[in-house]
Design a protein around this ligand. Structure first.
Ligand code: FES
Length: 370
């Protein structure tokens, strides 16, 4: 049975907040509010007897949390028989600079939840889940985009767990620890938050044709606007927690909407049929962003650049392979599962940050991804 908004969750030994217990919150209004403003969460689990953790996006339907990934994701095979996963979502609200070393800290809101992950096997629920995922950030967009094909649908694995054992913790200092006033150094709080940059539209898109609703929830999550009643399935953040205020100090950019960071270079994307396309890439962004902006077919980026899905797989041409350090350890693991298999020069485009030295880079999009 769903738990009604406004209820408190039972406090367990795992969810009780011990350190600064006054910061602990167990009511669903607070927990839902933080979750619904969090674009991402981290899920930890045990893999081969060792702790592991992955960043993910997620969505909530009442008291059920859903998340998904590529069917070959190493995480999912680890869930069977696990009594519980641990899930956490955190919003950073500020840096607290004190006059002494011990009291430097952060303002933040977080939720930690434990639950038994269960695979979503009902196709109707799974399809509805994908719709909820898209519509979470872009209201009603699902009805305007191309639905997944059968094979795409089967390549996705979805899990869910019920929010029965969870707590929130909120650190919202209004002023740093007041002692040590004889120490002549400034103290204070530097508010931070997500920031939505200027959208970078795909070629041929008239910005005037983009429905404002497509940005409304991202604007809400990034604190640019206050939510309109009914446009988002979430209560507003608590007063004083600033995530929905107009006056936030710009923080890190969000996903694909990063503003340009530097000069531009040219990269060449080849496809397996021999055709190629030269695209402009901005220094500081990832090759995935450059490919997506240019509409390169086959560079998908299902996980949004978290190095989890492997759908941004590209193969660096022979002459360029010496110029790169190669895949990092995590990336290498994901590359073991990419469609069509790993090749010499395989990389995840989401892990390749464009630099001036990459001008003229040539990569191939593997046939299996098209
Ligand atoms: Fe998913 Fe690169 S975008 S692994």
């Amino acid at each position: 049975m769903s738990v009604a908004n406004g209820d408190d969750l039972e406090i367990t030994s795992r969810t009780r907040v011990h350190r600064f217990p006054q910061r602990g919150k167990y009511d669903l209004e607070t927990i839902y509010g933080i979750l619904d403003m969090s674009p991402m969460a981290h899920i930890s689990f045990i893999k081969d007897g060792m702790p592991a953790l992955l960043p993910m996006t997620f969505w909530r339907v009442d008291d059920v949390i859903y998340f998904h990934g590529a069917a070959k994701n190493r995480m999912f095979g680890s869930f069977d028989g696990l009594p519980s996963i641990c899930f956490t979502a955190t919003l950073l609200d500020g840096f607290v600079a004190a006059r002494d070393a011990l009291h430097h800290s952060l303002n933040y809101r977080c939720v930690i939840a434990y639950g038994e992950a269960e695979e979503v096997t009902d196709p109707t629920e799974k399809l509805q889940g994908l719709k909820n995922l898209v519509d979470r950030f872009y209201p009603d967009r699902w009805n305007r985009i191309q639905p997944p094909s059968q094979s795409e649908f089967e390549r996705v694995t979805m899990y869910k767990f019920q929010l029965k054992e969870a707590s929130a913790k909120i650190a919202a200092e209004e002023a740093p620890y007041p002692d040590f006033t004889d120490v002549k150094v400034w103290s204070g709080i530097i508010p931070v938050g997500l920031r939505m940059g200027e959208p970078v539209f795909a070629p041929g898109i008239d910005p005037a044709s983009v429905p404002p609703q497509d940005f409304s929830n991202i604007e809400y999550v990034t604190g640019k606007r206050t939510i309109d009643a009914g446009s988002f399935d979430a209560p507003a953040a608590k007063p004083g927690h600033a995530a929905d205020s107009e006056d936030r100090v710009p923080g890190p950019a969000f996903a694909f909407y990063s503003p340009p960071l530097g000069g531009q270079i040219e990269t060449v994307f080849r496809s397996a049929d021999g055709s190629s396309k030269t695209v402009k890439a901005t220094v500081g962004e990832t090759l995935l962003v450059a490919a997506k902006t240019a509409g390169i077919v086959g560079v998908v980026g299902d996980c949004g650049g978290c190095a989890v899905c492997g759908t941004c797989h590209v193969v660096v041409s022979d002459e360029w392979q010496q110029s790169f350090g190669g895949a990092n350890e995590w990336e290498a693991e994901v590359l073991e599962y990419v469609e069509g298999g790993r090749q010499p020069g395989s990389r995840l485009a989401c892990q390749m940050v464009i630099s001036e030295e990459m001008n003229g880079l040539v990569v191939t999009v593997p046939e299996a991804q098209r």
